[in-house]
Design a protein around this ligand. Structure first.
Ligand code: NIG
Ligand code: FE
Length: 421
């Protein structure tokens, strides 16, 4: 497979922490990609010596040609008969790791713009809206859901997201949950079984039976396509006792736990997540001091989803309080048709900086390395030799511009597993 040298990078965010800088920032840097992985990271002035003799020879022979691309002026290919190195001149711009969106709900039918519109004039968000999407999702064919999902994947990529998790949770029958897990698995390895999203309408008077179904037949139908199990532990969804029972059943079937908790009010979600050593507890909008202390002493990441507070007019989670207490924080989009219909990680960074007291460096780290931690992945979320070559070239000189220029499409070029999109 070919190689790519990205050089003349003005600011490189590696997330390989050094000297108190968790972003591991390098100036005037270069990155060499070989195949699907990062092969070398260093000073731009050393980059030429990293290209093999063969390729240097071809450069010397003037074989460089312009590739046809969206950004033709950035890219030159130096080649000989066999392979070659594509050289990308970053022009002093910033490069960051691809965003890791560790929380989405992207397999669904229908739309709830009317609910959003009502919320903007004062109607509060309610978990019950999930049932509307469940009805629309059950109606949708596999082909419809697959086509929509493909559109979302393109949407993620053009915004710089290179790893993403997808939850089930809008099927809520054995067959529908299994097909959502299967469809999600066609586009990501990070599939989460969320049969415990809400008790579906047909089980409204038989919630124990539904919990039994989730822990048994539905779970068995979804494990083959899932890595994770999640529950919505919240008033109006599942109680702490139900949530625990469901997560323990999932763990017994080989799935790893994560939790939706403390979104709409104080609750037991964080406590449960920490007790079960969940990879992440997501939302964390209403936390007690005990919740913060429990997270700080754990391996559980607090994943904050500021698109939800933006779209529901709730208060934002207290990122500063968590970080100052030593909690590992991730940022994710929670893209779903109810509480946060955006897939934009740059928007999450901007909201975290503007509304949650995070520095731009903390926010970019949380949206990349933090997401990787929330998915217990060590091959993504950073730029270092051996890691998957997922990179974003920004049309800006620094990562600060992601928050400084909100809403502006700053993602210029994206590589996923070494492949330039
Ligand atoms: O993460 N909290 C539960 N699930 C989603 C909302 C789903 C919906 O409203 O459709 C969330 O916010
Ligand atoms: Fe969610």
């Amino acid at each position: 497979m070919g190689a790519t040298l990205i050089t003349n990078i003005g600011e490189l965010t590696t997330n390989v922490g050094r000297n108190g800088d968790p972003c591991g920032t390098l100036r005037d840097a270069a990155v060499l990609i070989e195949g699907t992985r990062i092969a070398w990271v260093g000073a731009a002035s050393d980059a030429a010596s990293r290209i093999s003799d063969r390729d240097v020879a071809s450069t010397r022979h003037g074989a460089g040609e312009q590739l046809r691309s969206q950004r033709p002026n950035d890219i030159t290919r130096h080649r000989d008969g066999g392979g070659g190195v594509e050289v990308v001149d970053a022009g002093g711009r910033a490069v960051i790791p691809g965003f890791v969106d560790s929380h989405t709900h992207l397999v669904f039918g229908g739309d709830r713009a009317d609910e959003f519109e009502a919320r903007m004039t004062g109607t509060p968000y309610a978990a019950g809206g999930i049932r509307r999407t469940v009805a629309a999702t059950r109606e949708a064919s596999d082909e419809e859901l697959r086509a929509r999902l493909a559109g979302f994947v393109d949407e993620l990529h053009v915004q710089g997201t290179t790893t993403f998790e997808i939850k089930t949770g809008y099927g809520l029958t054995v067959a529908d949950e299994a097909r959502l897990a299967r469809l999600a698995a066609e586009v990501t390895t990070e599939v989460t079984f969320l049969g415990a999203h809400v008790v579906p309408a047909e089980y409204a008077d038989r919630r124990e039976e539904y919990v039994e179904l989730v822990c048994g037949e539905m779970l068995r139908a979804c494990t083959a396509h899932s890595r994770w199990i999640d529950v919505f532990c919240e008033r109006g969804a599942f109680t702490p006792a139900e949530s625990e029972r469901i997560l323990v059943a999932g763990i017994a079937h080989g799935l790893a736990p994560r939790v939706h908790g403390n979104q709409l009010g104080p609750g037991e979600g964080v406590r449960l997540a920490v007790a079960l050593e969940a990879a992440s507890v997501d939302h964390c909008t209403y936390l007690s001091d005990a919740d913060v202390a429990a997270l700080a002493g754990s391996r559980t990441v607090a994943t904050l989803l500021p698109g939800v507070e933006f779209s529901t007019r709730q208060r934002y989670p207290e990122a500063r309080r968590l970080i100052d207490a030593g909690v590992t924080v991730a940022l994710a989009s929670d893209c779903n048709p109810g509480s946060s219909f955006t897939s934009s990680m740059p928007l999450m960074v901007a909201l975290a900086v503007r509304e949650m007291g995070m520095t731009p460096a903390e926010a970019v780290w949380a949206a990349t390395a933090g997401g990787a931690r929330a998915l217990r992945r060590d091959d993504v979320g950073g730029i270092a030799p051996g890691m998957r070559a997922d990179l974003v070239l920004l049309d800006a000189p620094t990562r600060v511009h992601l928050a400084y220029r909100p809403g502006v499409p700053l993602v210029r070029t994206v590589w996923v597993g070494g492949e330039r999109l």
